[in-house]
Design a protein around this ligand. Sequence first.
Ligand SMILES: NC(=O)c1ccc[n+]([C@@H]2O[C@H](COP(=O)([O-])OP(=O)(O)OC[C@H]3O[C@@H](n4cnc5c(N)ncnc54)[C@H](O)[C@@H]3O)[C@@H](O)[C@H]2O)c1
Ligand SMILES: [Zn+2]
Length: 374
Amino acid sequence: MVTTIEIKREGKTPSRVVAGEALKLLPEVLPAGRRVVAITDPNVMALYGDTIRTHSDRQIVIGTGEGNKTLDTVGDIYRQLIEMGADRRTYIVGFGGGIVTDIAGFAASTFMRGLDFGFVATSLLAQVDASVGGKNGVNVGGFKNMAGVFSQPDFVLCDTGVLRTLPPREFRAGLAEMIKAGIVADPELFALLESHSPDELLATHELLTQVVVAAIRVKAAIVEADEREGGVRRKLNLGHTVGHAVEKLTREFNHGEAVAIGLVAIADASVRLGVLAAADRDRILRVVERAGLPVSTSGMASGRVSGEVSGSASVSASEAVVGPVLGLSAGDISEAITRDKKVEGDGLWLVVIRQIGEVEVRRMSFADLAELLN
Ligand SMILES: NC(=O)c1ccc[n+]([C@@H]2O[C@H](COP(=O)([O-])OP(=O)(O)OC[C@H]3O[C@@H](n4cnc5c(N)ncnc54)[C@H](O)[C@@H]3O)[C@@H](O)[C@H]2O)c1
Ligand SMILES: [Zn+2]
């Protein structure tokens, strides 16, 4: 059983996102008679190498982790493509998690001014978020996704079966983006995540496919309405303003965990702004906990904070304030936020929660944001 969701693209056939038992469709979605180059990482290669080799002529294996999502890696991919004699008909398939799909999409979209490409998304986060929507990019100087393009893949295969080999922590990270999708636009999805533990979701193929499809639909609908993020697509940044700052300031949390902390922080802020009921904030807190995700950075003030990404962002333990929501001081968070790429002028667009299934994008100055986070 598969479900196909189409996303319109300018001047091309729609991008097709296929969820469920999707991997077996790979031979059908790859173009016949063209050289296929797969881009993957060593973990995915170790598990799915046979499938990858069966369906591609050449393979490029990149390193794992955010530290490899760089222009250097993209340069290596270009060099390998040149060495193997790739031309404009060469087809790229990114086979892996969000790091692989972000890099593969960026490399494919820029090599020789753009090769056709598709994705097999193998992590939950990639299936419900990273691989869908056409944003591809890399980090620059430690700042996330600073160079990139909007370019939709021809297809995204989201095989829920491959999620069984995913490390549990990575599965939970994907749940954070699904919780976000539920809060943004799908109260039923949110309720399903409230009533099932991660283990229950993984144990039932139909249920897992149902929630993955629901999350993809939320993203697909928003992307179709606003591909280049001029308006409604900003809603997808829910939890990410604080989340990106947390990611930037610590080594502790992966992207999904940082987003989970950001969701709780913004739910709390939304209550203080008087737009969200405290009971809904509590539901958000509980669903994050149920997913086994962190609700705050507190407890990390014992010298574990390090300025991984940009040296000036580092804070010492004594500066860190262990608050009810954020273990970092609000000042550190605000400071990191001002250097987020989503910043425009002296403020940013903050996504606040009105109720589960409805969010609002508000323009907010840094001063007001700093006060709100305090
Ligand atoms: N482009 C976008 O719109 C967008 C949206 C959200 C996130 N992202 C990006 O996505 C990235 C994070 O993606 P991610 O969480 O998938 O990270 P990831 O690609 O690092 O994958 C997580 C880990 O799981 C492993 N893995 C992947 N699939 C597996 C499988 N089926 N079985 C076993 N192991 C598997 C990977 O090797 C890796 O170690 C970040 O860089 C983030 O910025 C992009
Ligand atoms: Zn995200």
